[in-house]
Design a protein around this ligand. Structure first.
Ligand SMILES: Cc1cc2nc3c(=O)[nH]c(=O)nc-3n(C[C@H](O)[C@H](O)[C@H](O)COP(=O)(O)OP(=O)(O)OC[C@H]3O[C@@H](n4cnc5c(N)ncnc54)[C@H](O)[C@@H]3O)c2cc1C
Length: 397
């Protein structure tokens, strides 16, 4: 098994990287500032250019309007998409998980209504699991409920951190529908168009001083047709898991792209900045930082690609995916942190992208499951195998 970028993926990957470096990098700070202007004319322009150049929705399946890059090829493309936080929207990849979820589980009506505009980037999705009143890293505690009443689901509760709810056409909300079932069969996914009466955005919570559309939403007797259910009643956890597995591989590959951008900046600065009579690159402590970052990126990259290859072969790769979520988030933080250190004070200003990247990196240890939860589940799986009389054989799992 080789972890080199396959030869047939290199041309498209290079084109995506060039697009990001030449079109997105120069306008990143404007895109950050214009967050409120929807639809952002600048972003729309980038989206249209990506479409015209054949770079749009590369990983979406062809049957829903994407270009259908196979999973493993698309994994390598994500590594360059991660270089800019704006690239997912500009290249139409941001809707991948939601459009696959709709395609697999939504009723014909919602597939008809939402799929095409979603894949085309005309509308945006959002996903609501987390709640303010319960520790949502244990989703069996979620309280938002839905009951069937005359052909409609009536939803009551409160969610927060619903990213993108402020501009979304709809939210897929995870709700308790089967109060008497065992915890992992008690929840369902329901589509709620954001214009539905009773769906009320209470506030948008900034995170580390940045706006990102993370909304607190009240569901006050929200009524939606029974056909808005995704899949079967009680299948919420199964659908969430399907969504998360490949999603975490893509996250980690994008984090690797961010880390490599930080690494490029760090090496460039080290070579060009002179202190105490020689370039920073000649100081041993700086060389240590270069070494540590290169080694952490390489280790995390191999771990992530190993998980991707296993997933591609049909193995759910739960241990490997849990590992990369934790190792990847730490690698990302360390790489950007060291790049800032090498830059000195400038690294803390918006004169480089590093300070914003650093704030985003901090989120990575919490969203998609905090570190501690992945550590717990990975350790439990390994220990269970030992209890069953089998050692954990690295290389044979
Ligand atoms: C930028 C960002 C975007 C997000 N987007 C979305 C979104 O679009 N939709 C959505 O539904 N949610 C979203 N979230 C929410 C995210 O999924 C939750 O924050 C996460 O699941 C943790 O839940 P919690 O915040 O309730 O933390 P809690 O469950 O209260 O956990 C708090 C802390 O307790 C500790 N902890 C928890 N379990 C254990 C354990 N077993 N052992 C040891 N320590 C433990 C951990 O340190 C954890 O950080 C987003 C979060 C961020 C930061």
């Amino acid at each position: 098994m080789s972890f080199e970028v396959p030869a047939h993926v290199r041309p498209i990957r290079a084109r995506v990287k060039t697009f990001i470096e030449q079109r997105i990098y120069p306008v990143e700070s404007i895109l950050d500032e214009r967050y409120d202007q929807e639809p952002q004319t600048l972003m729309r322009g980038l989206m249209n250019e990506a479409k015209a150049e054949g770079l749009w929705a590369l990983g979406h399946p062809p049957e829903i309007g994407g270009q259908g890059l196979p999973f493993l090829d698309y994994v390598y493309v994500n590594e360059v998409i991660g270089r800019s936080e704006h690239a997912m929207i500009a290249l139409g990849t941001v809707s991948l998980q939601d459009s696959i979820m709709l395609n697999l589980h939504a009723s014909p009506r919602w597939r008809e209504l939402y799929l095409r505009p979603l894949v085309d980037g005309e509308i945006f999705p959002s996903f609501a699991m987390t709640e303010p009143d319960v520790a949502s890293s244990d989703p069996t505690q979620l309280q938002t409920s839905a009951v069937l009443d005359g052909g409609h689901w009536v939803i009551n509760g409160r969610k927060w951190f619903t990213t993108g709810a402020n501009r979304a056409a709809y939210t897929t909300v995870m709700v308790r529908t089967e109060p008497d079932a065992p915890p992992h069969k008690a929840f369902s996914m329901i589509i709620v168009p954001t214009g539905t009466p009773g769906y009320q955005i209470v506030r948008e919570t900034p995170v580390l001083g940045m706006r990102g559309g993370h909304c607190e939403v009240l569901y006050d007797n929200v009524r939606v047709p029974a056909e808005n259910l995704l899949g079967l009643r009680g299948a919420g956890f199964v659908i969430a898991q399907q969504r998360l597995g490949p999603g975490r591989i893509f996250h980690c590959m994008r984090w690797l792209g961010q880390a490599q951008r930080a690494f490029d900046l760090m090496c460039d600065r080290a070579n060009n900045r002179v202190a105490f009579g020689s370039p920073l690159s000649e100081k041993q402590s700086i060389q240590n930082m270069i070494f540590d970052t290169a080694a952490e990126i390489q280790a995390c990259r191999l771990l992530t690609l190993d998980a991707a290859h296993k997933l591609d072969k049909g193995d759910p790769a739960r241990v490997e995916i849990g590992m990369i979520k934790v190792v990847g988030a730490k690698m990302l933080h360390n790489a950007i942190d060291r790049a800032i250190q090498v830059y000195g004070a400038k690294g803390l200003t918006p004169d480089t992208p590093l300070e914003r990247m650093y704030r985003h990196a901090r989120f990575a240890r919490i969203y998609d499951g905090p570190d501690e939860v992945h550590r717990m589940t990975v350790a439990k799986r390994i220990l269970k195998q030992y209890r069953n009389g089998e050692p954990w054989e690295f290389g044979l799992q």
